[in-house]
Design a binder for this molecule. Structure first.
Ligand code: AMP
Length: 292
């Protein structure tokens, strides 16, 4: 065989819940564990690190690509969201994903979005990104709950890039007693520190040059906290530094890592979360800080 030959594709793709269930049931009957990686597609190395983590934890990995209209606000980028199914399929196949679930909107919301039962995780859904994007986390919690019920995985993997989303999902799984283990996976970054994101593709070359400031400012804020700077002053300096770097900050906030409550004196396990607009993109990032 020539050395350039590729292994034949072993990735199964299904669009219907019934077909997904048939395949997952067969794997389960063979005693295999199932890992699940939900995505909105336009895959990058961050998504693939979730797939790899899934492979390490289960015999079979299911990924989904579904651009969920329920989590987009009326003036957000639902229609413009990048859709790159062929490239995504190739990457998933090469990373050892076993099944790709690509439902249409009517497969997920057969009665329409307005009459869909919704899952709301109160409190944590209304702050930070939830304050700027009303209804966003209801959309996320609803679709993740549905997808978990459709796939019925043993373990599901989510990126720490979306730190607030990860906490919303942990809460919903706990509150609704869903029988699945939720695993958070560290943020994959470009070599200049920018957190990988499908939305980075919206950046012009000039904006792309400015974007790493977000991670730099998070690090500077962490240094300030470690040096004993009061939280409010560190936050204010961070916001100013973002604006100086040419970004339009939405928020930069130091929170308790466990539940995103505002950080108080004495809290040691913290996370700095930030969101900022840059051109057409709204970038988010976060950095854990453990004070000792
Ligand atoms: P998305 O396609 O943006 O909905 O993301 C799908 C999953 O990939 C979510 O669990 C994200 O948190 C995760 N993810 C996105 N970007 C990254 C990244 N840079 N590093 C790690 N995980 C990520």
């Amino acid at each position: 065989m020539p050395s350039t030959a590729h292994a034949p594709s072993s990735l199964i793709q299904v669009e219907r819940v019934a077909d997904l269930r048939t395949q997952v049931r067969a794997w389960r009957a063979a005693g295999e564990r199932i890992a699940f990686v939900p995505t909105m597609g336009n895959l990058h190395a961050g998504h693939l690190s979730l797939v790899r983590e899934g492979r390490a934890r289960a015999e079979r990995v299911v990924a989904s690509i579904f651009v969920n209209p329920l989590q987009f606000g009326p003036s957000e980028d639902l229609d413009a969201y990048p859709r790159t199914l062929d490239a995504d399929r190739r990457q998933l196949d090469a990373t050892g994903c076993d099944l790709l679930f690509t439902p249409g909107v009517s497969e997920i919301y057969p009665r329409g979005q307005d009459t869909q039962t919704r899952v709301e995780v109160p409190g944590i859904s209304d702050i930070l990104c939830g304050a700027s994007r009303p209804g966003h986390f209801v959309g996320v919690a609803t679709v993740v709950c549905k997808l978990l019920n459709m796939v019925q995985p043993d373990v599901a993997l989510f990126g720490e890039k979306d730190f607030q989303q990860l906490l919303v999902i942990r809460r919903l799984v706990e509150d609704l007693a869903l029988p699945v283990e939720i695993v958070g996976v560290p943020i994959a970054r470009e070599s200049d520190g920018l957190a990988m994101s499908s939305r980075n593709g919206y950046l012009t070359p000039e904006e792309r040059g400015l974007a790493p400031a977000l991670y730099r400012v998070l690090n500077a804020t962490a240094d300030a906290l470690r040096a004993g700077e009061p939280v409010e002053r560190a936050e204010q300096a961070g916001l100013e530094a973002l604006a100086m770097a040419g970004l339009r900050p939405d928020y930069l906030s130091v929170r308790r890592a466990e539940d995103l409550a505002p950080a108080c004196a004495g809290d040691r396990s913290l996370v700095i979360l930030a969101a900022a607009y840059l051109g057409r993109a709204r970038l988010i990032d976060n950095l854990r800080v453990d004070l000792d």
